[in-house]
Design a protein around this ligand. Structure first.
Ligand SMILES: [Zn+2]
Length: 67
C-alpha cells in the first residue's frame, strides 16, 4: 500500500503575489500620471490650467495635442 503524503501546492506561481501587487501598483500610478499630464485639462483634478502649464513641455515632448 502506498504511503499517504501530505497535500501541497501542485505548482508554485511563476510570479510572487507581492511582486504582482507591486507591479500592478506601479502600472496604475503610471497610468494615473499619464492621464493627469496628457488628458486631464483640469476636468478631474480641478486645478484649472495649472497641470497643463506645469507639464506643458512634457506634453509637447510626448506629442500630445496641445495648441
Ligand atoms: Zn503647447
Amino acid at each position: 500500500m502506498p504511503k499517504a503524503t501530505t497535500a501541497g501546492p501542485l505548482s508554485t506561481p511563476a510570479v510572487s503575489p507581492r511582486l504582482l501587487a507591486t507591479a500592478l501598483g506601479v502600472v496604475t500610478l503610471m497610468l494615473l500620471l499619464t492621464y493627469l499630464v496628457a488628458f486631464d485639462q483640469g476636468a478631474v483634478s480641478q486645478s484649472g490650467m495649472f497641470l497643463h502649464e506645469l507639464m506643458h513641455d512634457g506634453r509637447h515632448l510626448l506629442g500630445v495635442p496641445c495648441h
